[in-house]
Write a protein that binds this ligand. Structure first.
Ligand code: FUB
Length: 464
């Protein structure tokens, strides 16, 4: 149900100011005619936290938490999934997992991670165990990376645990689950990924392994929370949130999955207006990417965080370079094909808009008001588009979709009128001619009309 004034609209509206500020800064530094515009944080429609990326079939699936608007604590009730094949245009897959998925859980949909094994996707998450009031780790399973996910067990995988589970499958097939704050634990998962062998074991938190915390009497090492374990060549990496607070991201390496760990230093300094940070590291299409969160969106802070990404290159000896937060984000890998159906919720940057589950499946963009826009980066028009089709619905009087290139006020290549359809989920397809859209350009869908909410968009597609 749409509410007349959803509070998160504030984020989206202010994201416009953020985008322009970033663009202005870029103009000041670079007088080129097409200033770079902010692509970080990568989600603008809601606050997101605790990124856990997963590469599957040429796409990055990004599993995140969701900070509720105006939170003054880690008020998190659901997890969200996003995906991209170019690191810039991100598709919203909604929320296929929430606290309600686990009948035995009470609250705290905090940091987790998903992994694929034998065609199934397992998502490990920390929650409050209703029976004990303490933390527990649940595991959900799905047949596709975007879900829907169901409780794999009907009870906790680890009934009494600390937070922040991370999962790693070694090259020999043995899977490990790690977690912990203030301690650091691991257990060997069985091949079914929903049970484990032996008992959870503590990884010794030595200063040799995890650095020295200044003034740290009760917690002598830098390890705080949010472990992320992976293997690169023969070396095992554990990236983690260090010190509190503000946290920075540090890492340790080991010759095996259970250690012994050696502290290697800082990956990302404390930056960005959130006192926590949480990392996820992947390789994708030949590049390495570092996901994290900060408080960079308008209204953002320690409990209203946003996920961002940077591309980086490991040093020749396998150590991390220092990675700083940027508003530019990662470069686009490839381009977007505007001649196939594109979901309206595939967005590089959006202002004013939000998403919701669509009656036609997937998500749609809604809460569109006059002047809102969506940027889709690097649309490959080739020799030229002639038509634009869009799937739209409106319980009001509708409005127009202006098709602009390079910027929200850039060249106008088409205008598609949208009339009222009698309901926000009463869908129809509108078409309009297009002229002047060729080459590879950033496409802006700019929405215009009267006052109030204008219409919803489910998908769009150009034609030659
Ligand atoms: O998002 C809630 C908690 O904040 C996570 O579990 C921690 O890693 C920190 O990011």
């Amino acid at each position: 149900m749409r509410s007349p004034t959803p509070p998160r609209r504030r984020i989206a509206a202010l994201a416009l100011a953020f985008a322009f500020a970033a663009a202005t800064l870029s103009v000041a530094a670079d007088p080129s005619p097409s200033p770079a515009q902010a692509d970080n944080p990568i989600i603008q429609t809601i606050y997101t936290a605790d990124p856990a990326p997963l590469v599957h079939n040429g796409r990055v699936y990004l599993y995140t938490g969701h900070d509720e608007d105006n939170s003054t604590w880690f008020d998190m009730r659901e997890w969200r999934v996003w995906s991209s094949d170019d690191m810039v245009n991100w598709t919203d897959h909604g929320s296929p997992l929430s606290i309600d998925t686990f009948s035995w859980a009470r609250e705290n949909a905090w940091a987790g991670q998903a992994v694929e094994r034998n065609g199934k996707f397992y998502w490990y998450v920390p929650v409050i165990n209703d029976a004990t009031g303490g933390n527990a780790i649940g595991v959900a399973v799905a047949d596709s990376p975007a879900g829907p996910f169901r409780d794999a067990l009907g009870h906790p995988l680890v009934a009494s645990a600390e937070i922040d589970p991370t999962v790693f499958i070694d090259t020999d097939g043995q899977a490990y689950l790690y977690w912990g704050n203030p301690n650091l634990w691991y257990v060997k998962l069985n091949a079914d990924m929903t049970s484990y062998s032996g008992s959870p074991a503590r990884i010794p938190l030595t200063t040799q392994g995890f650095g020295t915390r200044p003034g740290g009497t009760d917690r002598p090492t830098l390890y705080e929370e949010g472990p992320w374990v992976y293997k690169r060549g023969a070396l095992y990496y554990m990236v983690f949130a260090a010190r509190c607070c503000s946290e920075f991201i540090a890492y340790s390496t080991a010759p095996g999955p259970t250690g012994p760990w050696t502290y290697r230093g800082t990956v990302m300094p404390a930056q960005g207006g959130s006192f926590t940070n949480h990392a996820g590291v992947i390789d994708f299409k030949g590049g390495s990417y570092f996901f994290y969160h900060n408080g960079a969106l308008p209204g953002g802070g320690g409990f209203t965080r946003s996920v961002a990404v940077e591309k980086f290159t490991y040093n020749a000896d396998g150590t991390f370079p220092t990675i700083n937060m940027t508003t530019t984000g990662a470069p686009q890998t490839g381009s977007l094909n505007p001649y196939v159906r594109q979901e309206a919720e595939t967005i590089a940057w959006g202002t004013g808009v939000e998403t919701e589950p669509s009656g036609e499946g997937g998500m749609n963009v809604g809460w569109i008001e006059n002047g809102d826009w969506i940027k889709v980066k690097g649309a490959a028009f080739g020799t030229g588009a002639r038509f634009f089709n869009a799937r739209v619905a409106s319980a009001n009087g509708g409005g127009s979709i202006e098709l602009r290139l390079d910027g929200a006020n850039g060249p106008l290549v088409g205008t598609c009128g949208v009339a009222g359809t009698g309901g926000w989920q009463s869908w129809t397809t509108v078409s309009c001619p297009v002229s002047g859209a060729s080459g590879t350009r950033d496409l802006y869908l700019k929405f215009t009309g009267g006052s109030g909410y204008l219409f919803n968009v489910n998908w769009w597609q150009f034609a030659t």
